[in-house]
Design a protein around this ligand. Structure first.
Ligand code: ADP
Ligand code: NI
Length: 213
């Protein structure tokens, strides 16, 4: 492991100490592992992918007064490191496109951007994704499920979005949409099993809710 990677690890670990919103060090570490795996398969630059994955949540606007200040916080740190300008820009470009932002963010401009975005999204689906979703909802004070607020076939997107926010709602709003938005074929493949797990989880959840099992 390079010194730079170790430095980034230490910096981020210390930033996230004590966080319980799902933006913890272990999320970052899983994203890094996913990113390295995808990078290897896709032939992306492993150093840029690993560094960007480690830093990807450090500028999140949950920890900073604004998105811009969060971005500058990471940029400042990177600029003080022993890195070429080219690499700083490569990492920042990945950082700028990694997040979901309700699906409105601009698409990744580099292969490394695609790799890290897929890596982050993989951690929002599958068993870990389910766990993070319920942790987040609990932290926010949301119910896990309110049956009357569930999306129906005849609802417009708008009607459904205005419904109460619950953990189960978040599956429809985001989690179930992620596997079809993967940017790399490796990410798409890894997402399949995790997506199937989400569907299976919901099926059993509803059955148990109704007392059918
Ligand atoms: P990230 O920074 O990893 O891209 P977010 O900041 O959007 O993700 O969310 C962190 C985690 O919390 C994710 O697993 C996400 O699915 C979950 N989450 C985000 N918003 C909600 C919500 N309204 N209800 C339940 N879970 C949520
Ligand atoms: Ni993340």
């Amino acid at each position: 492991m390079t010194d730079m990677i170790r430095k980034a690890e230490n910096w981020v670990m210390q930033l996230f100490e004590g966080d319980s919103t799902g933006h913890d060090w272990y999320h970052t570490d899983r994203v890094r592992k996913n990113a390295l795996k995808i990078a290897e398969e896709e032939g992306a630059d492993p150093f840029i992918c690993e560094l960007a994955a480690l830093l990807h949540d450090a500028g999140d606007d949950k920890f900073h007064p604004s998105e811009e200040e969060g971005r500058n916080f990471v940029l400042n740190w990177l600029s003080q490191q022993d890195l070429s300008m080219k690499r700083v820009h490569q990492v920042m470009s990945v950082m700028d496109t990694v997040s979901f932002k309700g699906g409105h963010n601009s698409p990744p401009a580099s292969l490394e951007g695609m790799v890290v975005q897929d890596a982050d999204r993989l951690d929002a689906i599958g068993a870990i994704g389910v766990a993070r979703c319920f942790m987040f909802a609990g932290h926010k004070g949301d119910a896990m499920y309110l049956p009357s607020e569930q999306p129906r076939e005849d609802m417009t997107k708008e009607e459904y979005r205005l419904g109460a926010s619950t953990a189960i709602n978040h599956f429809y709003e985001k989690l179930l949409t992620l596997s079809s938005q993967m940017k790399t074929s490796t990410g798409r493949e890894m997402a399949q099993r995790r997506h199937a797990y989400l569907e299976h989880f919901l099926e059993q959840f509803y059955e148990e809710w109704e007392g059918l099992r």
